[in-house]
Each structure stands twice: as C-alpha cells, then as structure tokens.
Design a protein around this ligand. Structure first.
Ligand SMILES: C[S@@+](CC[C@H](N)C(=O)[O-])C[C@H]1O[C@@H](n2cnc3c(N)ncnc32)[C@H](O)[C@@H]1O
Length: 256
C-alpha cells in the first residue's frame, strides 16, 4: 500500500519536472529529491510487483532521475566487460533490466547492432522502444523458478546493468540467465560493494559480500560458469546516502 501511494506522489513530481524548465536549479533540486525518494521506495520494496510499481510510476522521468543520482555504474560495467571480453561488434547481446534503453543506446553508438532487451516493467520497455536500438523487446521478470521467454543458448553476451540488487535480480536467478548464453559466452553485471543501505536490511542479506560470493561459486561448482574477473568501477559520480561511490563489475564465462 505504501508503495502505491508513493508511486502516485512520484508521478505527480514527474509531471512537474517534465516541463520546459527542467534545467532550472529549482527543478534540478526537485529531481534530486525525486531520486532520493525512489531509492527509499526501492529499499522498502519486498517483491517484484512492488519494484515494478515504483518504476512504472516514473517511466517518463527515469532518465532524469538516473542523471540526478549521477549513476554511471551501468555504463561503466558494460564498457569494462566489452574491453576485457574483447566482444566483437557482431555479438548477439541481451540487455537484462534494460529500463529505458540507456545502455542499449550506448552499445549501438559503439557499433553493436544485434541487441535485444528484457525488463519486468512494460512502461520502461516502451520508453526503450523509442530509442530504436533493440531488435526484440521481452517483458519478463528474471526469477529463480521460471525460464526466460527467449531462445536458449542464443546470446554471446548478457549484460545486467544496475539490476542485480535486492528485490530486483537475485543471485538465485542466475541459473536462468546462464541457460540463454552460448557456451563460451559472457555474463556481466555491476553491483555496489561495502555495506550500502539496501544490503543492511533483511532483504539484502544475500547481497552481502560473503553471502553473494557463495551464490556465484555455487554455479562454478556446478561447472556452469567461471569467473573471468571482478573489476572496480565507479558507480556514482556523486556519492549519496543511498548509493555508494564504488562498485564492482563481475564478468563470468559460461562453460556449458
Ligand atoms: C535501476 S534500473 C536500471 C535500468 C538500466 N539497466 C539502466 O542502467 O539505465 C533497474 C531495471 O531493472 C528492472 N527489473 C528489476 N527487477 C527485475 C527482474 N527481476 N527482472 C527483470 N527486470 C527487472 C526494472 O524494471 C528496471 O527497469
């Protein structure tokens, strides 16, 4: 119930900030508070339905909120993976948790054209369609016990930018992601390190470093993937109470 009420409030703010005066200091301050409010909301979300309600309420201003959060972790993580993995321009890439397509647009500008998007929030996917960078859009949650609605063993690379997070994609769902990647293909994601607020709550327990590594290694033990590397990246250009400055980018190679 709280989620629903606050979503409405965010939507009202969105109407206010999408006017032509968006760049005025007054509105910029407003956007900062909308961004902070979104993070508070996400920290109280307990399930995917709550999370999607948060995101669908802010579809129109999502990009401005990302800017207000100074969030660069998604792009930095994907760039690191392309560099380390020497990913060819012909690679078939699935952007999971694609949101409004910010990462797809970056990939397209770098010469990658064989791109698909998957996200649990239809409203954000519709915004990503406007960017014209994806061939196929799939609306689906990534969850541990349901297969993804995409071709199996089809992708050279899956990126999950800004979506491996409490109440978003859990490490227990990685097995479903592995199923859609070719043998020898890569999976990459960025995530905050240290003790960000979201990891301190019960819902964030599996993201604390000692626990998270156990989940990643359980797929190593099954022979499903291996670690290519874990790289430090900048997560936000302006640290806040909600978001740590530092993050890591994981790059895994699928073995089967
Ligand atoms: C913080 S946004 C990141 C969006 C985009 N990757 C970017 O960096 O701009 C998280 C996105 O993941 C989606 N999402 C959250 N949990 C998901 C899940 N379990 N399966 C699929 N998408 C999910 C949300 O709808 C939202 O679009």
């Amino acid at each position: 119930m709280r989620i629903l009420q606050l979503s409405c409030h965010l939507s009202l703010n969105c109407v206010h900030v999408t006017n032509d005066n968006i760049t005025t200091p007054h509105n910029t301050n407003n956007m900062d508070s909308v961004a902070a409010e979104l993070m508070d909301l996400l920290h109280t979300a307990n399930n995917h339905e709550d999370v999607v309600k948060c995101y669908s309420g802010i579809a129109e201003t999502f990009d401005k909120i990302q800017e207000a959060l100074a969030y660069v972790g998604a792009k930095n993580g994907v760039k690191k993976c392309l560099e380390i993995g020497e990913v060819p321009k012909t690679a078939r890439i699935l952007d999971i948790g694609a949101g409004t397509g910010i990462v797809g647009e970056m990939l397209q500008s770098m010469g990658y054209e064989n791109l698909d998007a998957l996200d649990g929030c239809q409203e954000l996917l519709e915004k990503s369609r406007e960017r014209n960078c994806y061939r196929n859009l799939f609306c689906s949650f990534v969850v541990p016990d349901a297969e993804l609605p995409v071709e199996k063993k089809a992708y050279d690379l899956v990126v999950m930018p800004g979506v491996v997070y409490p109440a978003h994609i859990l490490p227990t769902a990685f097995g479903q992601v592995i199923k859609v990647v070719k043998k020898g293909g890569l999976i990459s994601w960025d995530m905050m390190v240290g003790q960000p607020e979201a990891y301190q709550k019960d819902i964030g327990v599996m993201f604390r470093e000692e626990n998270f590594e156990k989940y990643v290694n359980s797929y190593v033990d099954e022979g499903l993937w291996e670690l290519v590397g874990k790289y430090d990246i900048t997560f936000v250009e302006r640290p806040s109470a909600s978001l740590n400055e530092n993050a890591v980018c994981y790059i895994m190679r699928v073995l089967k």
